[in-house]
Design a protein around this ligand. Structure first.
Ligand SMILES: Cc1ncc(COP(=O)(O)O)c(C=O)c1O
Length: 493
């Protein structure tokens, strides 16, 4: 069917048409205001309560029930961010943020992210923006040497790296590739038959359980191996479980070792786990979500001895490497296994570059199709700080955490609850769970600092992680002072 349109008439109407878009000049003006607002926010962040004091529903209640029928002036938007949104923000970028693991931003990271938004690129294929793919490949190759990772992860070798949104997605991709490899690439076609098993420790991040659900392996087929007194996986227990599963006719395919568990920053013995993995042909995935950043400093690399045996590895620059969320770096030793697992090529994505085999199409390296230009922010961070700058801040954070651990050790009322290999201190007041809960609740309610808890050996344990971009000695000193003050109030009762 042919549709005739009078283009002359159409063009004439177009030029006279009202536009609702922001003009480049307006964008420039409002953009400057937004950057100023962000810079001011970072300057005053220490005066804001770290943990949002908002009550459930408070933020929604302050918002209009209906969307605006007509556009509003931009100045009003920024005012509402200040007045309505900020009270509901927990300030992850406060130097007094010691909770969970950090989720850092930095000047170069924010600007790189802004540029990525400005370019608005969708880099699903090499051909949809060659720079999006090639910068990513290049920066991930840089990181292999920056972190002392094995050369097999380089794109010039058998492997390669890709940016995922999160460590959870990286684990899922690794598990899927392991499942496919173990079933001779048939389970994508036929589904799983319930015989495939995978292994992690009882301390492994919950994202592995979620990956087992999504990958069709099933949570009961993810064996949680016991840990030793330092919360590290026991390779002998792993070996016994794999052997038992094989005897039962099951198909072991995957093991996850962690460099720096979430609960207590325990280090799994990768080299010994690798020996079991090698013997039974398991895919070895190393999850170094936060602590992987420490490998920028050669003196901390021993914590992941054995990484050279890994089939895949990941860490989150969005945690400790000053790169805005989201940014997970994921490497595989054999990219063919990953691509064969995740590749799908509908007609509408076919193009000459792909057919030539000369390019990387990252859509084959993760779950989703579309992808942002995330490598820009990572590139900016690495170029701004340089290896020297990154090492400086990581070393400083570790030193501050070690000093804090020393204060805990020397105080009769407190005890350390786990070894402190890097920047996470797990500790508790000796008066028991209720006392620790009270100390934490009061501190967090005060807004002075924010810390979180875990349970180790069944006991409530406080976690203080030094890793926020701008945390300095004075913040850690004040945190300890405030903790001691709250502890003294308890005994004064
Ligand atoms: C060791 C470890 N693995 C995985 C994750 C999940 O991270 P993400 O939010 O990137 O999925 C975390 C989060 O803290 C973690 O500590």
């Amino acid at each position: 069917m042919q549709v005739n349109i009078d283009l002359g008439l159409f063009r004439g109407t177009m030029s006279a048409e009202k536009s609702f878009h922001m003009t480049p000049d307006e964008f420039r003006r409002h953009g400057h205001a937004v950057v100023d607002w962000i810079a001011d926010y970072h300057s005053r962040i220490e005066s804001l309560p770290v943990l949002s004091q908002a009550k459930p529903g408070q933020i929604r209640a302050s918002l209009p029930a209906h969307p605006p029928a007509h556009g509003e002036p931009f100045e009003g938007l920024l005012k509402d961010v200040e007045n309505l949104i900020l009270p509901g923000v927990t300030h992850w970028q406060s130097p007094n943020f010691f909770a969970y693991f950090p989720c850092n931003a930095s000047g170069p990271g924010i600007l790189g992210d802004l540029l990525s938004s400005g370019l608005g690129v969708q880099g699903m294929l090499w051909s949809t923006s060659p720079a999006c793919t090639e910068l990513e490949t290049h920066v991930l190759d840089w990181l292999v040497s920056m972190l002392g990772l094995p050369e097999k992860f380089l794109s010039s070798s058998t492997g390669g790296g890709v940016i995922q949104d999160t460590a959870s997605s990286a684990a899922l991709c690794a598990l899927l590739a392991a499942r496919e490899r173990a079933t001779d690439y048939t389970s994508n076609q036929k589904g799983c038959d319930g015989r495939i098993v995978a292994y992690a420790s009882s301390q492994t991040h919950s994202s592995l359980e979620k990956a087992a659900m999504i990958a069709g392996i099933g949570v009961t087929n993810l064996r949680l191996i016991e840990v030793d007194e330092n919360f590290s996986m026991r390779p002998d227990a792993l070996a016994r479980q794999v052997e038992a599963d094989k005897r039962a006719g099951l198909v072991p395919c995957f093991v996850c070792a962690t460099t720096g568990t979430t609960s207590s920053n325990a280090m799994d013995p990768i080299a010994e786990i690798a020996r079991v993995a090698h013997q039974h042909d398991l895919w070895l995935h190393v999850d170094a979500a936060m602590s992987g950043t420490a490998a920028l400093c050669p003196e901390f690399r021993h914590l992941q001895n054995g990484v050279e045996f890994a089939d895949s590895y990941n860490f989150n620059p969005h945690k400790w490497m000053f790169t805005n969320f989201d940014c997970n770096c994921f490497w595989v030793a054999d990219r063919k296994a990953l691509i064969q697992t995740l590749s799908i090529l509908p007609e509408y994505l076919r193009n000459q570059a792909t057919e030539s085999g000369a390019v990387i199409d990252y859509r084959d390296w993760h779950i989703q199709l579309g992808r942002r230009f995330r490598s820009l922010k990572l590139w900016f961070v690495i170029r701004h700080y340089g290896v020297e700058g990154l090492q400086h801040h990581i070393r400083r954070h570790v030193q501050l955490a070690q000093t804090f651990a020393l204060w805990v050790r020397e105080d009769e009322s407190f005890e350390l609850a786990a070894p402190v290999p890097l920047n996470l201190v797990c500790f508790r007041h000796k008066a028991g769970d209720a006392a620790n809960q009270t100390i934490m609740d009061r501190l967090n309610r005060s807004g002075d600092l924010f810390l979180t808890h875990t349970k180790l050996n069944g006991k409530l344990t406080l976690r203080l992680c030094v890793g926020q971009t701008h945390t300095e000695a004075r913040h850690v000193e004040r945190a300890w002072k405030r903790i001691c003050e709250e502890a003294e109030k308890l005994s004064a009762k």
